[in-house]
Design a binder for this molecule. Structure first.
Ligand code: ZN
Ligand code: ZN
Ligand code: ZN
Length: 375
């Protein structure tokens, strides 16, 4: 999370986002949205508090009402500097005063509100007490698609983040792997992502040999050996927008089986990508990728969903998963990342961020998806 998106968007952009959010909430039967510091607040206002503490900071959005940011008085000067501040009314409160009573005065006393998933229970419990007739639901569950469709300026930032991740891969494929610990290669990935403009690195997975069979393996002390498959999966935020890409490399010459598994994942990734078009369901992307892996006999070894949305965070709705019937809409950005995980042996995952266009999908990661041999 960073304030650096401030340069990219104006108060008018944030005003439009807040109006749309309030309208969408009303359409969903909500009296309003209560937005805590985090990705929703950044996206709606450009504001990131200097530190998240027990002091209440909360954006109150309701259709037909001016957006109000309840903010501790000592942080009000920071809030004033946010790019979205001109579109907001700031309601500051000083220590010793009750911020929940002040917030309650802004709320429909019997309303149902969508509240940020990451809001502290401390704040929600106090609000429930201050407004006994109110009720609450998860903002993400109520409005899962709020941030899903990116506008042209956001797509430019997503494209740049993808290019920075690709530049990182082009460098990392040329560093030595054999004889080094996973953690050392992971440190290289972190340094490269930052060199190419990331202000935040969310993950640098280096999963070698048998560790590759665990999709959640990060990076550890294992020394990479010749003959290892190595899953690389890395990303973070560049100028406030996310990157996330995976490539699987092999140290030295692979076996026929390793090639076959890698080819299968590459074909599955291609099939998932080709399923992307406006109007297709999210689950169609998952089904297309999964069918290739199942046909090759590895169905039971593809143990996660095919993809997730990405934007001001690196994991968010929409999810490319069986049962998700929402349609793809131009401007959505998400990963297509099938994998095969053979316990005790090795894993393969290939991941690109894809955006939906009128004509189909466009990849935001364009490095080779062929099996890359490293030293
Ligand atoms: Zn091998
Ligand atoms: Zn990833
Ligand atoms: Zn991903």
């Amino acid at each position: 999370m960073t304030g650096s998106t401030a340069a990219s968007f104006t108060a008018d952009d944030y005003r439009a986002r807040m109006e749309r959010a309030a309208r969408t909430a009303a359409e969903a039967g909500l009296a309003g949205l209560l937005v805590a510091p985090g990705p929703d607040l950044v996206w709606l206002t450009g504001y990131t508090p200097p530190a998240v503490t027990e002091r209440l900071t909360l954006l109150v959005l309701a259709a037909g009402q001016d957006p109000v940011l309840v903010v501790p008085a000592l942080e009000a000067p920071d809030a004033q500097k946010a790019a979205g501040a001109p579109a907001l009314t700031l309601r500051d409160w000083t220590d010793g005063k009750d911020p929940y009573a002040a917030t309650a005065a802004l709320l429909d006393a019997s309303g149902r509100f969508g509240i940020s998933d990451n809001a502290w229970a401390l704040h929600l419990l106090a609000l429930q007490q201050a407004v006994p007739g109110s009720s609450y639901t998860s903002l993400t569950e109520a409005l899962p698609m709020l941030r899903a469709v990116k506008d042209a300026a956001e797509l430019e930032l997503m494209t740049a983040a993808g290019a920075a991740a690709d530049a990182t891969f082009e460098k990392i494929r040329n560093v030595p792997f054999a004889g080094r610990r996973e953690a050392e290669v992971a440190a290289d990935l972190d340094r490269l992502l930052r060199r190419y403009g990331h202000e935040q690195v969310d993950f640098t997975i280096v999963a070698s040999g048998p560790n590759g069979a665990n999709p959640h393996h990060e990076a550890g002390d294992r020394v990479i050996e010749r003959g290892d498959m190595v899953v690389l999966d890395f990303g973070g935020l560049k100028d406030g927008y996310g990157s996330d890409t995976s490539r699987t490399v092999h140290v030295g010459e692979p076996t026929d089986e390793e090639r076959r598994v890698h080819d299968t994942v590459r074909e599955a990734q291609e099939a998932g990508f080709r399923a992307v078009r406006p109007g297709a369901a999210c689950q169609d992307v998952d089904r297309a990728a999964r069918a290739v892996i199942a046909d090759a006999g590895y169905g039971e070894y593809f143990i996660h969903r095919t993809g997730h949305g990405i934007g001001v965070t690196t994991h968010e709705p929409p999810y490319m998963i069986e049962g998700e019937e929402r349609p793809l809409v131009p401007g959505m950005c998400f990963s297509v990342e099938p994998g095969i995980y053979l316990p005790g042996r090795f894993g393969v995952r290939i991941e690109d961020i894809v955006t939906v266009t009128e004509d189909g999908g466009r990849r935001l990661n364009t490095t080779s998806r062929e099996l890359v041999i490293v030293e």
